[in-house]
Design a protein around this ligand. Structure first.
Ligand SMILES: NC(=O)c1ccc[n+]([C@@H]2O[C@H](COP(=O)([O-])OP(=O)(O)OC[C@H]3O[C@@H](n4cnc5c(N)ncnc54)[C@H](O)[C@@H]3O)[C@@H](O)[C@H]2O)c1
Length: 328
């Protein structure tokens, strides 16, 4: 299959590209390297898994029409490009982030519409942050179901922007007949990933543990807040199943039914580090939605998907990877 992965140099994208290349597909990538890195597309011998001169395009999807020509060459699109970052960045840049994601998603969908005659499928990456905050504001977690998405009330501009892209993808499917699949990921972790200023909670805590005591081990918020953490390998499995049998089935969540508190993550990271670390909680910092998890029965019945990677194994793998990056 000829497949375009937008955001293909990012955390999820680079893993997906490697997997689909290994399975014998021809992969194209668009990424402006805002957070992704070209080296993420390297194999173990440090060679790029796609020919960069002909199959990688450093294009900014905020600009209309830039993807038109590449989309005319492919059969499938997995649209992953967006502004994704940790809570610090997301809550301090709401207006800009909202506008950028709206532009990225709408421009990509418009380019897809222009190629409706040749496209066989379009996968959109949504997020559990788009669920209403009223279903995520209690520690008494009842796993979220896809039919609870509306009436919409996401907590953040990020959640709203991603929901609008999902909505527009649905309109495209209705109006053009391009088969689409709307996946909604819960909190994805794994490597390669950003572990600096814009990183999400797990890589940020791992960095702090590795750098401790040079950097204090401060957890944002009370630590009581919880998320349904899902390893990137499980997400890649879900996207591959979706390419086979996910089109025309609406919205499907990928995430575990278990909610893990940030306190538990912090304590596990400290245990993995083997260091004597004092954990501090800064309750003046935002912590986002209180808690959530996924009722993944639709993913199971439609895609045959279930999470496989145990959190402790995934955390150990990610710790080792970040440690190697920091220590060179
Ligand atoms: N990581 C998570 O926890 C999570 C959870 C739910 C949904 N998602 C969704 O999955 C997708 C991939 O996320 P990820 O975790 O791999 O993040 P990521 O930041 O690693 O990947 C996103 C990629 O998009 C690229 N990008 C950003 N702006 C762009 C632009 N204007 N033009 C072209 N490329 C641009 C970035 O450089 C980056 O490589 C996103 O759509 C995200 O919303 C991620």
């Amino acid at each position: 299959m000829k497949i375009l992965v937008t955001g293909g140099a990012g955390m999820i994208g680079s893993n997906l590209v490697k997997r689909l290349v290994a399975e014998g597909n021809e992969l194209f990538v668009i990424d402006n390297l805002w957070r992704g890195k070209l080296e993420y597309l390297n194999d173990e011998k440090k060679e790029p898994v796609i020919p960069l001169d002909t199959h990688f395009f450093n294009l900014d999807l905020r600009i209309p029409d830039v993807a038109d020509e590449i989309l005319s060459k492919v059969e499938y699109v997995v649209h992953l490009a967006d502004i994704v970052a940790g809570i610090n960045y997301v809550f301090n840049n709401q207006g800009e982030l909202f506008r950028e994601n709206i532009l990225i998603n709408s421009n990509t969908i418009t380019s897809a519409r222009k190629n409706a005659d040749t496209l066989k499928g379009f996968i959109y990456a949504g997020t559990a942050c788009s669920f209403p905050l009223t279903r995520q504001n209690s520690l008494n977690v009842i796993p979220l179901r896809e039919d609870e998405l509306y009436p919409a009330l996401p907590e953040s501009a990020y959640g709203w922007s991603k929901l609008m892209g999902q909505y527009e993808t649905g309109l495209m499917e209705k109006e053009t007949g391009i088969p689409t699949c709307n996946l909604m990921f819960h909190n994805v972790y794994g490597s390669p990933c950003d572990f600096g200023e814009r990183s999400q909670v797990i890589p940020a805590l791992i960095r702090k543990a590795i750098k401790y005591p040079e950097e204090p081990f401060i957890v944002w918020g009370s630590g009581e807040q919880g998320r349904a953490f899902i390893h990137v390998d499980d997400v890649i499995n879900g996207i591959c199943f979706a390419l086979e049998k996910g089109f025309g089935k609406g919205v499907t969540q990928l995430g575990p039914s278990v909610c893990t508190s940030i306190k538990e993550i912090a304590e596990t990271v400290v245990a993995i580090s083997g260091k004597d670390i004092e954990i501090q909680y800064d309750t003046s910092k935002p912590e986002g939605d209180k808690a959530r998890s996924a009722d993944y029965s639709k993913a199971k019945s439609v895609l045959g998907w279930e999470p496989e990677v145990k959190l402790i194994d995934g955390l150990r793998m990610q710790y080792d990877w970040i440690q190697k990056q920091i220590n060179g």
